[in-house]
Ligand binder design. Structure first.
Ligand SMILES: *[C@@H]1O[C@H](CO)[C@@H](O)[C@H](O)[C@H]1NC(C)=O
Ligand SMILES: *[C@@H]1O[C@H](CO)[C@@H](O)[C@H](O)[C@H]1NC(C)=O
Ligand SMILES: CC(=O)N[C@H]1CO[C@H](CO)[C@@H](O)[C@@H]1O
Length: 372
């Protein structure tokens, strides 16, 4: 009898932006002093800063690939979830597969040791998960482990230490019960925002790795719901839809029309230290902008948008919208350097010595963006 035992990765992300009317119970004005401190410490020479370039690079490479394959479609994913889930997986990979995962994610292993990488994520997760009622952000992971397989202690310990992974002893013969367990856990950890993550579970699954990320922010300069009106939104050259459009016309925002590229860029700040960039290609110039979308370009816009001349009163129309995306990573990642990871050649012997594990179709980093 030949049975391949599978290991499933599930990723989920949710980004919810609220109108600004919601209050969070407390006065909502500042983080606790300890978390403020931690966030400030994150500024220089912190472990999480070391992994930033690779994570940014991976995010843009992933975007570029998806954008070229599905032109004209909405794209929504959480690159950080993918990076964190796969570095966590690399803890259980044999040397060759481990290198492939980490290099595929954009890490240069001559510049950064594996332990730097894991410590970087550890610090990042810690910082992100600090309680702060100006900004709700949460990232976490969980491992559902078949009780009929013996997992290596080092792997379990490392995932707990560096990724705060929660471990669940699971009876995979009861697939309905297992799905309920996974869905309940993710729903609970994301304040009910991500529901029914798993819809089916194959019988040969022995381990499920779940990573979820949740972000809910309030605009520093909130929109007033009384000023929302229905207006046209131009999806593409051929499609126009009527949408609820929020309006602000008395506020200052950071905004520039690029002198060299056919786009304009708007920066909007959240309460708490978080910022959103909206890159708005001129009509018909989406592809041209995507061609030059890199971490360096984002840095350039970020630097420009610190200059006072770009801080101006705007008449800003902002649609209320919701988008979602779902991607099968085993078809995407091999083209980003993970050549063998989804094949029989993958070495995941650091997870269990008992049986050979391999990755089946990896299901969706599922994302939703709600509201405007
Ligand atoms: C990795 O870093 C080393 C040292 O900085 C550099 O020489 C090498 O070109 C880098 N490799 C890649 C693939 O970028
Ligand atoms: C768990 O891992 C941490 C970090 O690598 C290490 O310090 C600790 O000794 C390990 N504990 C066990 C029980 O292996
Ligand atoms: C790291 C960082 O950007 N910290 C800023 C967070 O927000 C406060 C108040 O807006 C600033 O004073 C900090 O510099």
């Amino acid at each position: 009898m030949h049975l391949i035992n599978c290991l499933l990765l599930l990723l989920a992300g949710l980004l919810a932006l609220s109108h600004g009317q919601l209050t969070f119970g407390h006065d909502g004005d500042s983080c606790t002093s300890s978390s403020q401190q931690q966030i400030l410490e994150a500024d220089e020479g912190s472990p999480s800063l070391k992994i930033t370039p690779a994570n940014a690079d991976f995010a843009f490479r992933f975007y570029y690939l998806i954008a070229s394959e599905t032109p004209g479609k909405n794209i929504f994913f959480s690159p950080l979830s993918i990076s964190a889930a796969y570095t966590m997986l690399s803890l259980g990979a044999g040397s060759y597969s481990r290198t492939q995962i980490l290099e595929g994610l954009g890490f240069n292993l001559t510049e950064l040791s594996e332990s730097d990488i894991h410590r970087g994520f550890q610090h990042l997760l810690h910082t992100l998960n600090l309680p702060c009622h100006r900004l709700e952000a949460r990232m976490g992971s969980a491992l559902f482990l078949s009780h009929s397989l013996k997992f290596l202690e080092k792997f379990l310990n490392d995932t707990r230490t560096f990724y705060e992974a929660k471990l669940f002893d699971t009876n995979f013969y009861d697939s309905l019960g297992t799905m309920k367990l996974i869905n309940y856990h993710v729903k609970k950890e994301t304040q009910g925002k991500i529901v029914n993550l798993v819809g089916e579970l194959n019988r040969d699954v022995m381990m499920v790795l779940v990573n979820y990320i949740y972000f809910k922010g309030r605009w520093e300069k909130p929109f007033s719901s009384s000023r929302t009106i229905t207006r046209n939104f131009y999806v593409d050259e051929h499609t126009t839809v009527r949408v609820p459009m929020m309006l602000q016309d008395q506020e200052y925002h950071w905004y520039l029309r690029d002198q060299h590229l056919p786009c304009s860029v708007l920066r909007m700040d959240y309460k708490g230290n978080a910022t959103a960039f909206f890159i708005l290609p001129n009509q018909g110039k989406m592809r041209e902008i995507e061609e030059v979308l890199t971490p360096e370009m984002l840095m350039r816009w970020n630097n420009l948008l610190q200059k006072r001349i770009f801080y101006k009163k705007l008449k800003l129309y902002f649609p209320k919208f919701s988008i979602s995306g779902s991607y099968v990573l085993d078809q995407i990642l091999p083209r980003l350097g993970f050549t063998d990871l989804f094949s029989q050649r993958a070495d995941l012997s650091g997870i269990s010595k008992q049986q050979k594990l391999q990755l089946p179709t990896v299901k969706f980093p599922q994302g939703h963006l709600a509201r405007g």
